[in-house]
Design a binder for this molecule. Structure first.
Ligand code: AMP
Length: 223
């Protein structure tokens, strides 16, 4: 399998996390979800976590320099040496430019950006039903993918909770931030001929299938 450096792009609640986990299993590539990394940092009380906390609680983006440092550190790591999947990064044009510069330094390049397209109305419906497991971050939905036992994670048995930033008023702000700061990345990557759109309103199995076929085409082209 050739190196694959992939980005998952899409609004909050578009299914990046669910699809990223599946893709990681399929491709056995390191998977870096900046939201998960930051939530872990907040929980551990690291310096990055202390800075990020207030931004995350409001549904604002953390400053570019903080998150760029976090990602640069991981891309330099050896496990990312054969490719990676990025979820939730980049989220601004300066972050995308920093990523390009970082990859340049490492003599690598992006193979594809996968945009998971979902309307705002659908996102609000999804996020308000989303539950995550307190320990492992595994994702459920009260309507679309409920756990076997209500309120309990199927995988590790821990409690399922509503993320603080999944509260409706915070979700609205996260969507505004997406449209204002992240959506410009669509044309940024279109110009580099890297953008691939996937209809994210379909059910998760269908979305996974679309992504799988896209990635296998890419692997053939790269191979
Ligand atoms: P997510 O789980 O990807 O929705 O991320 C949760 C929160 O983490 C976001 O609302 C931001 O506050 C923060 N965050 C995650 N990734 C980034 C990023 N690339 N740039 C800035 N903030 C981020």
């Amino acid at each position: 399998m050739p190196d694959l450096n992939l980005i998952l792009l899409g609004p909050p609640g578009s299914g990046k996390g669910t699809q990223g986990e599946r893709l990681q299993e399929d491709l056995e590539l390191p998977y870096y979800a900046t939201g998960d990394i930051l939530r872990a940092a907040v929980k551990e009380g690291t310096e990055v976590g202390q800075t990020a906390r207030e931004y995350m609680e409001r549904g604002d983006l953390v400053p570019d320099e903080v998150i760029i440092g976090v990602i640069a550190e991981r891309l330099g790591d050896s496990p990312a040496g054969h490719g990676f999947i990025l979820d939730g990064f980049p989220r601004t044009v300066p972050q995308a430019e920093a990523l390009d510069a970082e990859l340049d330094k490492l003599g690598r390049q992006l193979e594809a950006v996968i945009l998971i397209d979902v309307s705002d109305d659908e996102i609000i419906r999804r996020i308000t039903g989303r539950r995550v497991c307190a320990d492992g971050g595994h994702i459920y939905h009260v309507e679309f993918s409920p756990p076997e036992t209500e309120g309990v994670c199927d995988i590790d048995g821990s409690e399922l909770v509503v993320r603080d930033d999944d509260r409706p008023e915070v979700v609205r702000n996260r969507l505004d931030q997406y449209h204002e700061k992240t959506a410009p990345l669509v044309s940024y990557y279109e110009k580099q001929a890297l953008l691939n759109r996937v209809d994210g309103s379909a059910d998760p199995d269908q979305v996974a299938e679309s992504i799988r076929s896209l990635v296998s085409t890419l692997s053939l082209e790269e191979g």
